[in-house]
Design a protein around this ligand. Structure first.
Ligand code: NAD
Ligand code: TYD
Length: 349
């Protein structure tokens, strides 16, 4: 029986990864450590919380005593590390929280794994989940490959780049069996409505302005979150130790084009006249240091592991909008309280 630790499993991507592993591997024990920040929500996991191969532990990955005693208790052979502060705008407002969790938290986990494995690395894996934002910003052309030099430009991407460097340092220095993947922008059910797609869905539902940064010309490469969870599963099973895998959707969209498509879908689903949601588009001050374009060359994933996205953007967006419309309780719960303060500070209304 494998003992798998998933960090940040109550968050957006983490909850899909927990679901994937709990359901697909009933013989493995899945332990989820999450300290339930504003972005973590146990409502994301109600369908698996009672399964016998699942445990939840509330805890901070930076807390050395907690993490070391958890490793002693469960003697994990596998770590899938997703816990992080993840939102660029918040990193601009409060960079230290990103250094704390993303850098110190990662090093704490690396130390705990090294300590507990005590150089017996047979059948052990430390899998670190990262982002394409570590590569910086592309111009009109080109794609990020696994060889693209790091050039992070936001406090978020700098903290993730730093954590990636530490993970590779533990591989080279101590021989820790690590694997990394760097993924493009995810979207789908359970994403906190501070990121573009769920924020705009929520605002359209409530007839609130859609704050487009700058001219809406920035480009992102969007991947449905379940496809990311499936890629993580595959990399864990078949990926090579010490390697990095870039995961992407082959799905580049200029923000404004994506927003227009989303507006059309929302008009239809909400039975509103065509063009209603687009009228909510409001151009606001650009994000500081706003990266122009991210796009992934995922050919290593295809060539080595046979992975490609299973869901088209049209299908994924449709499923995502349906999920938010069917889960208004979830939306209302996460947008009460602190969310109002965040929104006021970020958007001023
Ligand atoms: P998220 O913000 O939705 O969730 C993060 C989770 O980590 C939350 O449940 C939170 O409570 C938990 N957490 C935060 N600090 C913690 C701490 N100190 N101790 C324990 N738990 C803590 O993030 P997400 O979008 O699901 O991203 C998950 C991972 O995937 C991150 O490492 C992120 O960098 C990476 N990633 C995200 C995307 C994306 O588009 N969202 C793309 C590529 C990579
Ligand atoms: P986001 O979802 O924050 O992801 P990231 O910055 O990590 O790629 O933003 C996606 C794109 O949408 C990015 O170019 C910034 C832009 N954006 C807006 O125009 N308005 C908003 O209110 C938000 C949150 C994002």
């Amino acid at each position: 029986m494998k003992h798998i630790l998933i960090t940040g499993g109550a968050g957006f991507i983490g909850s899909h990864v927990v679901r994937q592993f709990v359901n697909n591997y009933p013989d493995n024990l899945i332990v989820n450590i999450d300290n339930l920040t504003y972005a973590g929500n146990l409502l994301n996991l109600t369908d698996v919380e009672k399964k016998s191969n699942y445990r939840f532990v509330k805890g901070d990955i930076v807390d050395e005593d907690k993490v070391f005693s958890l490793f002693e208790q469960y003697r994990f052979d596998t770590i899938i590390h997703l816990a992080a502060e993840s939102h660029v705008d918040r990193s601009i407002a409060n960079p230290m929280a990103f250094v704390h969790t993303n850098v110190l938290g990662t090093v704490n986990l690396l130390n705990a794994a090294r300590h507990i494995w005590n150089q017996d690395y047979h059948d052990k894996k430390f899998y670190h989940i990262s982002t394409d934002e570590v590569y910086g910003s592309l111009g009109e052309d080109g794609l990020f490959t696994e060889e693209t030099p790091y050039d992070p430009r936001s406090p978020y991407s700098a903290s993730k780049a730093s954590s990636d460097h530490f993970v590779r340092a533990w591989y080279h220095t101590y021989g820790l069996p690590v694997i990394l993947s760097n993924c493009s922008n995810n979207y789908g059910p359970n994403q906190f409505p501070e990121k573009l797609i769920p924020l705009f869905i929520n605002n359209i539902i409530h007839n609130k302005p859609l704050p487009v940064y700058g001219k809406g010309e920035n480009v992102r490469d969007w991947l449905y979150v379940v496809d990311h969870a499936m890629a993580i599963d595959l990399i864990l099973r078949k990926g090579r130790i010490g390697e990095t895998y870039n995961i992407g959707g082959h799905n580049e969209w200029k923000n404004l084009d994506l927003i227009r498509v989303l507006c059309k879908i929302m008009d239809k689903k909400l039975d509103r006249a065509a063009g209603t949601s687009e009228k909510l588009i409001t151009y606001v001050k650009d994000r500081a240091g706003h990266d122009l374009r991210y796009a992934i060359d995922a050919s290593k994933m295809l060539d080595e592991l046979g992975w490609k996205p299973s869901v088209t953007f049209e299908e994924g967006l449709d499923k995502t909008v349906d999920w938010y419309l069917e889960n208004e309780d979830w939306l209302n719960q996460v947008t009460s309280g602190d969310y109002q303060t965040y929104y006021q500070q970020q958007y001023g209304s």
